[in-house]
Design a protein around this ligand. Structure first.
Ligand SMILES: [Cu+2]
Length: 483
């Protein structure tokens, strides 16, 4: 389904042809223009905050591309800070991908960069800043620099009446010590004893030395499509309609849930990739940067709150009203029955994956409050250096080989783990074998083990990291290269 003749990019063309493409690209008008700049965002009447956005709006504009058809995007940076714009989930070159660690040039402060690439693969992708924020809660993904991308496939399966894009996002962050993140929603729930023992004893030792818990980030306001619950346009539907929701968790740090009382979601794609077994679920769960495409059959007329399961977060705005034609009145929320999120529900049935050419072992660990009160994160004992330049790669790939990443989480946090410029196949989730689900982010549960397989088919520096901003900024990254 991937990597085979979907599109030629300019690098694959013969040299003179490539030169013609790039000279055309230099003079042609851009297909899209994005401007990075400070702007007000009105999340509710008279509730206006100032943040960095794309084109003065939140979320950033929906960019619709056609699979395999080259696009030109001009990015202007009206801020004082050089920026990186990452094309999340796309198979682009390191020069375009938008990660300083891979060597992508910065979009200079008060400058511009023209980006030319061939969008692929089809499906729901997104773009966001890839700047490090560190302790600055106005920077990186704490800002409003998030926008959806939809890459239209060559053949769209037309089993829905219309599409609705939802971008979930928190604002007004602040530091706290200790958090209240949902932990018990993942299935299977199997934990590994040795990971738990390692994590607990390291935490105990740190607290015994008198250190407090490392910083976490909390938020005051919660929005869908930039508006707090009840303050935006409702999703207006008709009975019998089949609405395809494209949901993007644009959070810097949080895991989100979403339910619509009296309705179920038929999940058709995860991270933009069609799943082998579409299945109906009452609740969606999305780690930071995950996307879900799901069809809802509108067969339960009324006025409903589609919102997060956490009462506090929904109460502070994390929801949107769904209103049937002819129905007015106060939107109703009804909590769903307990439900566990299991990626393997959408997997290929009765298939085993072949063994990989090589397995890359990774253990994730937390050094509590080790970095001026922030947790330091390590992969196999090493934290990624917090420097601006490129540091040497520590994982070396051979083109064409199939790799298995065996990820062992020796911390109690859930980590949404992301691989740039490639998709991976989920092959084992907390002890359960699986196949066929293609993603670019996977939540690795506390003290759990997850395995994903990928083919090294896109040469160049490739960043692997936890997508939780506070984790990636404090060591939770590693760079792959091709040898
Ligand atoms: Cu993490």
């Amino acid at each position: 389904m991937f990597g085979s003749g979907i599109a030629l990019d300019s690098a694959a063309l013969v040299p003179e042809c490539a030169a013609r493409v790039s000279s055309q690209s230099a003079t042609s008008p851009a297909d899209y223009t994005l401007r990075i700049g400070a702007s007000p965002v009105e999340i509710a009447p008279k509730r206006i905050l100032s943040t960095i956005t794309y084109n003065g709006q939140f979320p950033g504009p929906l960019l619709r591309f056609k699979e395999g058809q080259q696009v030109i995007v001009d990015v202007h940076n009206d801020t004082d800070t050089p920026d990186q714009l990452h094309w999340h989930g796309q198979f682009v070159s390191p020069d375009v991908d938008g990660a300083a660690e891979e060597g992508t040039p910065f979009i200079p402060a008060h400058g511009k960069r023209r980006i030319v690439f061939t969008p692929r693969p089809a499906g729901l992708r997104f773009y966001h800043t890839h700047n490090r924020a560190g302790a600055d809660l106005y920077a990186g993904q704490y800002s409003g620099q998030v926008g959806p991308v939809y890459i239209e496939p060559k053949h769209e399966p037309g089993s829905h009446d219309r599409e609705v894009f939802l971008v979930l996002k928190e604002f007004e962050p602040s530091f706290s010590q200790g958090g209240d993140m949902a932990q018990d929603f993942l299935a299977p729930s199997t934990k590994m004893k040795e990971l738990e023992t390692a994590g607990e004893s390291s935490m105990k030792a740190s607290l015994a030395k008198g250190l407090p818990h490392g910083y976490e980030v909390g938020y005051r306001c919660f929005t869908i499509n930039g508006r707090m619950l009840g303050h935006g346009e409702p999703v207006r539907v008709k009975r019998g309609e089949r609405v395809l929701f494209h949901v993007l968790n644009g959070s810097a740090t949080e895991i989100r849930s979403l339910a619509l009382p009296g309705h179920t979601f038929k999940v058709v794609a995860l991270d933009g990739n069609s799943v082998p077994t579409p299945a109906e679920v009452p609740v969606l769960w999305l780690g930071t940067a995950e996307r879900i495409s799901a069809i809802v059959e509108m067969n339960h007329p009324g006025t409903w709150v589609m919102g997060d399961l956490a009462d506090d977060d929904r109460g502070h705005g994390m929801g949107i009203v769904v209103e049937y034609a002819g129905h007015k009145g106060k939107p109703l929320w009804v909590p769903p029955k307990p439900f566990h999120w299991n990626y393997t529900r959408f997997a290929k049935v009765g298939t085993a994956v072949p063994p990989p050419d090589e397995t890359i072992e990774m253990t994730f660990a937390k050094e509590n409050a080790a970095e001026e009160g922030f947790n330091r994160w390590t992969i196999n004992g090493a934290a990624y250096p917090m420097t601006e330049g490129i540091v040497p790669s520590t994982v070396h790939l051979k083109e064409g080989n199939r790799y298995r990443l065996r990820m062992r989480n020796a911390s109690d946090d859930i980590h949404p783990i992301h691989l740039h410029r490639h998709s991976f196949e989920l092959t084992k989730i907390a002890g359960l074998q699986t196949a066929g689900v293609m993603k670019d982010i996977v939540m690795v549960g506390g003290y759990q083990e997850v395995e994903v397989d990928f083919t090294a088919d896109n040469p160049g520096l490739t960043l692997f990291h936890c997508h939780q901003q506070l984790h990636m900024d404090f060591g939770f990254m590693v760079l792959f290269d091709y040898v």
